[in-house]
Design a protein around this ligand. Structure first.
Ligand SMILES: [Zn+2]
Length: 194
């Protein structure tokens, strides 16, 4: 691998970061100061934009990033992180932030399979998985409408058996990945009013 390969660049940047004590400005503890957990997308345009656009800095929130900002399974890994944040790490509210122009809006089974094959996965492996019961279309969780997707995700989280009775507000927002502009879709404070 060439010296300028990503991994070696990371290790070099890390040497400089640590030896110049750049970590000092990031020191905090594991509990979120604003007592919230954010579920958002892994989109590269949101890497720093999301926190800046939401006025959140180091130490203030738990942030979970998964493709599409969706919770697919009530006992899957995204939900696991949310439950840990709430019950073990003192988060008192959940904020779901999906975004316009999300890659998950165009993830079709056939396109995905083409990409697998281009990467060297054999068609035999693909059909073996499908015969074994993996329904790729369902598993991919493509969504058409970002607002509906946010509402669904909020509902899955809010109604989770390990959250529903705790009265934790769950909010839903959509962010513009170019400007950082947020749109409120679900105001979790109003939803939890009795
Ligand atoms: Zn996305």
């Amino acid at each position: 691998m060439p010296e300028q390969a990503n991994l070696y660049q990371i290790l070099q940047a890390n040497d400089e970061f640590v030896s110049n004590q750049k970590y000092k400005e990031y020191q905090t503890d594991k509990f979120p100061e604003k007592r919230m957990v954010i579920l958002t997308c892994m989109d590269t345009r949101l890497v720093e934009l999301l926190e800046r656009a939401m006025g959140i800095s180091q130490g203030q929130a738990k942030i979970i990033r998964v493709a599409g900002a969706q919770v697919h399974h009530p006992f899957g890994s995204a939900m696991h992180s949310i439950l840990i944040a709430v019950h073990m790490l003192e988060a008192d509210e959940v904020v779901v932030v999906a975004h316009h122009d999300c890659g998950m809006q165009s993830v079709e089974r056939d396109v995905f399979v083409d990409k697998l094959i281009k990467r060297g996965i054999s068609p035999k492996t693909v059909s073996m998985m499908e015969h074994a019961g993996i329904e790729l279309d369902r598993w991919l969780h493509k969504f058409d409408n970002v607002y509906d997707s946010v509402k669904d995700t909020v509902s899955v989280i809010k109604n989770h058996p390990f959250l529903a009775e705790a009265g934790i507000p769950v909010h839903g927002l959509v962010i513009d990945p170019h400007t950082g502009k947020l749109e409120l879709v679900v105001d979790g404070y109003k939803q939890t009013e009795k």
